[in-house]
Structure formats: C-alpha cells, structure tokens
Design a protein around this ligand. Structure first.
Ligand SMILES: CC(C)(COP(=O)(O)OP(=O)(O)OC[C@H]1O[C@@H](n2cnc3c(N)ncnc32)[C@H](O)[C@@H]1OP(=O)(O)O)[C@@H](O)C(=O)NCCC(=O)NCCS
Ligand SMILES: [Zn+2]
Length: 261
C-alpha cells in the first residue's frame, strides 16, 4: 500500500489506476456518485472507453473528495474559462464546489488513467501507450524542426517511438495545464525530448503562466507520461496507486488549510 504524504504548498500527487482492476470492479457499484452529465457522456462511448471513463471519474471524485473531506457525490466539477477564447465551457476541468484552491488534471489511455492533484496552481498531465503509435506519421505534425532532427538521427524504431512519445506527452501536459488543449500548434512548443528532464518549456496563452517545469513519470515499459507545473516548480511529484486503502490514508487538505475561506 502506498501512503501519501501530506501535500505541501507546491507538491503534487499523481494517482494511477486501471479500468481492469479489482478496485475498478469495487467502484463499479459506485457509479451513482457521478453527475447526470458524466453518466450521459459515458452512455455515448464505446464499451471499453466507457469503462475507463466511469472508472476514472469515480476515482477522481473519490480522490478529490478525500482531499476536501466531502462526500464524492456532492462535489461539483466544472471548467475553468478557456484562456484562448474566454468560453466558460471548455477550459481545464476544475472543482466548482466547494470553493477550493485544489486543482487537478486527468488523462486516460490504453485502459489506464492518471489524476494529478495539487493546489494553488494549474497543472497538466498526459499518458500515452507505446503500442499503436506511429511516430513517422504523427511526428511532422507535432515536433519542432529541432525535435524532428533528433528523431531522424535515431535508427532504432523503439528509440524513435520513445523519443516521440516523450515529446508528445510533455507537450500535451503543457497545453492541458494552460487549458487550451490540442487546438495549439504543437510544432511551436520545444520540449527537448532528448533530455531526461525535468525540462523547462515555454508556452502560454492569455494570462496563463508562460513557462513550465515538465517532468516525466516513471510508469514502466511501454507507458509514457508527463506532468507540467508552472516554473520554477518546487515540491516533489509523488506517484500513488489508487485503492481504497490509499484513499483512507489520505490526509484531507482541509486539515492543511487548503480550502479557501
Ligand atoms: C483536452 C484534450 C487535450 C484531451 O485530449 P485526450 O486525448 O482526450 O487526452 P487525455 O485522456 O489526456 O485527457 C482527457 C481529460 O482532459 C481533461 N480536459 C478536457 N479539456 C481540457 C482542457 N481544455 N484543458 C485541460 N484538460 C482538459 C478532462 O479531464 C478529460 O477527461 P474526461 O474527458 O474524462 O473528462 C483534447 O480533448 C482537446 O484538445 N480538446 C479540445 C479542447 C478545446 O476545446 N480547446 C478549445 C480552445 S479555443
Ligand atoms: Zn477556447
């Protein structure tokens, strides 16, 4: 069992879980925690995607509720205002109620999900699975000229895929932290994928931060993930396996005075 240490002012917790797991089976009986909007969205998805969506959203509500010391069903999840077009409906997801400095970002791929949580600052997280990725097709649409050059210097297909996915997850973590998503031209964002990281990445829209510290997450073979936090990021990023036990060990943020008055 992982025990999460209390989150300091700048620290970040990244929770991980899977749709095919004993915990997700237990959570299947908890889908009543979700809002009508979440249930409607799940009903429109293909079965495997719906399963992952439901598992990740039940977990998200339970984890956030753990920090906030609330009932998961009573949380209201909404959106931040989009920094690009000021639309209130498609910025980064946020807790609308209760009022809090807590912020989070979710990513799901290949049957797994990650939920990054911090407070007092925006953050973005992205997960990608190596199988099924074709860097030759996607790279010209997503990499800067310098990154493409690095890619083309590699001859081993596995290393090429790894470099591409490291670049991709770093970029997506940043555009999710900013809240604009993939409408951005990713060829404008340099993430130095040849370097192990953490790396500093420059990208901002409107009043968002302009510079990010981006850190790769060690998830094991074939899985690539990155988390982006405003630079200079302080405090460590702690990975935690989602389970009832880990959740019960979580210290509510309210006990750390993180809920805004
Ligand atoms: C956000 C986005 C990058 C996610 O891509 P994806 O391949 O589905 O990737 P992930 O699994 O990593 O992330 C999904 C999660 O990102 C979060 N998310 C959604 N919109 C987001 C945004 N604008 N910023 C940050 N995070 C966002 C949600 O929690 C979502 O999970 P959910 O669908 O289960 O609710 C992509 O959907 C996108 O670019 N959407 C368009 C955003 C938009 O409308 N921009 C307009 C700007 S004018
Ligand atoms: Zn917008």
């Amino acid at each position: 069992m992982n025990v999460m240490t209390p989150m300091d002012q700048a620290g970040t917790h990244v929770w991980q879980g899977a749709a095919a797991s004993a915990q997700a089976d237990r959570d299947h009986d908890r889908v009543g925690l979700l809002s009508p909007g979440e249930l409607d969205r799940a009903s429109l998805l293909a079965p495997d995607t719906a399963r992952l969506y439901l598992a990740s959203h039940v977990a998200t509500r339970r984890i956030l509720a753990g920090y906030l010391d609330r009932d998961p069903a009573e949380l209201q999840l909404g959106r931040r205002v989009c920094p690009q077009c000021a639309d209130p409906l498609h910025g980064a997801p946020a807790v609308s109620w209760p009022r809090t400095t807590l912020s989070f970002n979710l990513t799901a791929s290949g049957g797994s999900w990650l939920l990054a949580v911090t407070h007092g600052q925006p953050l973005g997280v992205d997960l990608a699975i190596a199988s099924g990725t074709d860097p030759e097709r996607a790279a010209p649409l997503a990499l800067t000229a310098q990154e493409l050059d690095r890619l083309h210097r590699l001859t081993d297909p596995q290393l090429r895929r790894a470099l591409f996915l490291r670049a991709w997850t770093r970029k997506e973590a940043v555009v999710k932290a900013v809240g604009v998503g993939l409408v951005t031209d990713l060829r404008q964002i340099e993430v130095a994928p040849e370097r192990p990281g953490p790396v500093r990445v420059r990208f901002g829209v409107g009043s968002s931060p302009r510079e990010w510290t981006v850190q790769d997450l060690p998830l094991g073979p074939g899985r690539f993930a990155a988390v982006a936090r405003p630079a200079p990021a302080a405090g460590r990023v702690q990975l935690c396996e989602y389970s009832d036990q880990a959740l019960y060990a979580l210290a509510p943020l309210s006990s750390q005075a993180a809920i805004a008055a």
